[in-house]
Design a protein around this ligand. Structure first.
Ligand SMILES: Cc1ncc(COP(=O)(O)O)c(C=O)c1O
Length: 432
């Protein structure tokens, strides 16, 4: 037999990165490799897993659904798992959000939100309101539209000509304050840019997109709650839609079901993915207000949202999502989240003493340590060294350059989480 095709692994350069580790089995927070290694998945497998790997309830729900009906076209049809998910999400999302549009992953959930925002104004006879505002350090996915609203980075660099123009404004990166102030005494002056932009050009702007309270891939940057609240107020004042990309922050990551809940605000559009199916199957969900959707309800066929992916509303993914939300209803998930948050704060506080540590950030289940270096950023030389160091000690952590972060499944035990932090402390003490 000829040799098999070679798998091209994401975010991997086969000339310099180590060969992939073959995982045979996973359970809870543990990954079991073919070579006998046991690894703690401290990044929830790219931030998707929430109730642990191979969760029995979710696995059973998928199996049961697969025996009944695996998938059916969602244009012109519907099915119980999708309707159940719409009903279950109603309990958790802000009352202002009334409609739900399915897609495939985080990037497509973002693409849908951006297109809905632009077409909303086009259908309303205000086609000139078509520009998008996004934040510095933002990351919204790897498809062309999501890449456009993401900030410039090594990820987007080769695609400069493919990205559409976006108005970019300061983010509240307090450790590297864009306006040179200190959080203890500032009044969120970094928002001044957005304020001026909306005052001067609000008539041309359809939407502002943010990762609420936490810019993840940009370096686990935690924003003050007031920043998000003020962005909401400015959008309302200038008739601009607010898109909350909760692809990572959704489903308990920040301590509340959604990051917007922590700030007590409701966006006009919200993007969900990652944790929605408990980390079992891909799914994107974009929610929007009735006001946004109303512009599409029209006798004019051209006002239709002509967008849909083959696997939209996949019944197996819906069954997984319903089982995951049932776990939220029936198990002490928020107690697990609170325990992780408590350990995160305790362990991060102990790291203040290290001169190698530049900044410590935390929001709910996520703890981040920004290490001092001359080559800060995703391509920092520290990254590869640290990644290997952690793996050799049985912990999967994927530093974002010089930012080491912990983002575990909620079923991690205190002992397991302490082990993760012990390894990070060992790295700080011995590698640098
Ligand atoms: C905030 C945010 N939005 C969108 C995405 C893209 O999601 P996906 O990788 O599922 O396309 C990510 C992925 O990390 C993300 O963190």
């Amino acid at each position: 037999m000829s040799s098999p095709l070679k798998i091209w692994h994401p975010f991997t350069n086969s000339a310099v990165d180590p060969a992939p580790i073959e995982i045979e089995r996973a359970e809870g927070v543990w990954l079991y490799a073919k070579d006998g290694r046991k690894i703690i998945d401290a990044v929830s497998s790219w931030w998707v897993n929430i109730h642990g790997h191979a969760n029995r309830r979710i696995a059973a729900a998928i199996a049961e659904q697969a025996r009944k009906m695996e998938h059916v076209i969602l244009a012109g049809f519907t099915h119980e798992p999708a309707e159940e998910l719409a009903a279950r999400l109603r309990k958790w999302v802000a009352p202002e959000l009334a409609h739900l549009f399915f897609s495939d992953d985080g990037s497509t959930a973002v693409e849908v939100a951006l297109k809905l925002a632009v077409q909303h104004f086009s259908n309303s006879g205000r086609a000139e309101k078509s520009e998008i505002v996004a934040l510095e350090h933002g990351y919204h996915g790897d498809t062309a539209g999501a890449m456009s609203v993401s900030d410039d980075s090594p990820f987007t660099d080769p695609f400069r000509t493919m990205r559409y123009p976006v108005r970019r404004v300061h983010s509240a990166y307090c450790y590297r304050c864009p306006v040179g102030l200190r959080r203890e005494t500032c009044h969120i002056e970094c928002l001044g840019q957005l304020e001026t932009l909306l005052e001067e050009h609000g008539k041309k702007i359809a939407a502002v997109i943010v990762e609420p309270l936490l810019q993840a891939a940009g370096g686990m940057i935690v924003h003050p709650v007031e920043f998000l609240q003020k962005v909401r107020a400015l959008c309302t004042k200038h008739g601009v839609l607010l898109i909350a990309d909760e692809v990572l922050t959704g489903f308990g990551r920040t301590g509340k079901m959604f990051a917007c809940d922590l700030a007590g605000i409701a966006p006009d559009l919200m993007c969900l993915s990652k944790g929605v199916t408990g980390g079992f199957l891909p799914m994107g969900v974009t929610l929007c207000s009735d006001r946004v959707e109303a512009a599409f309800r029209s006798k004019n066929r051209l006002h239709t949202f002509y967008h849909g992916h083959s696997y939209t509303g996949n019944a197996l993914a819906c069954a997984a999502a319903n089982a995951s939300l049932q776990i939220f209803d029936e198990e002490p998930v928020f107690e697990r989240i609170a325990k992780i948050a408590e350990i995160n704060s305790e362990r991060l506080a102990q790291m203040k003493k290290y001169p190698q540590v530049g900044d410590l950030r935390q929001i709910g289940t996520i703890g981040a340590i920004e290490l001092r270096t001359d080559d800060a950023g995703y391509l920092s030389a520290m990254r590869a060294k640290l990644y290997q160091f952690f793996l050799e000690r049985g912990v999967l952590l994927r530093p974002l350059g010089n930012v080491v972060y912990v983002l575990p499944p909620y079923v991690i035990s205190p002992e397991e989480l302490h082990r993760v932090y012990d390894v990070i402390v060992e790295a700080i003490e011995t590698v640098f």
